[in-house]
Design a protein around this ligand. Sequence first.
Ligand code: 8YV
Length: 315
Amino acid sequence: MSKVEILQVGPYPEWDQTPLDAAFTAYRYFEADDKAAFLTQVGPKVRAIATRGELGANAAMIAACPNLELISVYGVGYDAVDLAACRARGIRVTNTPDVLTNDVADLGVAMMLAQSRGMIGAEAWVRDGSWAAKGLYPLRNRVWGKKVGVLGLGRIGFEVAKRLAGFDLDIAYSDVSPKDYAPNWTYVQDPLALARHADFLFVTLAASAATRHIVNRQVIEALGPQGMIINISRASNIDETVLLDALETGKLGSAALDVFEGEPALNPRFLDLPNVLLQPHHASGTFETRKAMGALVRDNLTAHFAGRDLLTPVL
Ligand code: 8YV
């Protein structure tokens, strides 16, 4: 039986590529020099797209694939997939929730601790001889016992809050409604009120057109010169220009960021800032989680073409 033909938007590790190629004929969009010509050539043959969270599938790509049935996303976030185009044509969409939740929460908490305690600078202090030459590393602000606001108490936000409870942080959260699985945490509906309350603001909400720049100037400035923003969701949830201005002028104390507008080509203004921790969008980047994500991408493709229910549908 001939293999189902699919479009592969970005590279996967070898342990995913090998089984994907065994089960499907995968046309590698990311290797094409002339992407438009490549889409014109393979688009009509393609019945599914395998993509990654940050790459998604835009309207032009979807339009170039008239026989498309399914988009399988390697990532929990599917904001880069044009859902309206999918809805209009009855194209199904799957993502990889749950399998990455704990790793993303781990990295977010690690970023908060590393930035608060200046661990990156402290490492350099040891390596470059400053410890011996200049003495003790400059003091930093305490973490435990402070107030954290979790913006978006979904799966990842919940795991962040659960971890931070272990640091005796006072936990408040914003979401569209109070969550019955968070009885001991304070519900603050308005993100601005949450920011006024918090020392640390975790941005953990799924990105959509509705959440674009939900962290705006008022929210950023409400956190203030001692406040910190940690973003492990999507850059679009924060007004990045305002964030940069606030970090440069000291209106916001610091930030720890795993996601950027236009990544991996982030705004060079970030590189000059001493008060940010910059991470290369790798919150889900452990062997264990990435293997589980890859398997789920393939399992959804396989289920669809075998006529079975999708494992993790979003559409
Ligand atoms: C991945 C992500 O880094 O889950 C998401 O939404 O952005 C990440 O887990 C990405 O999709 C891997 O390419």
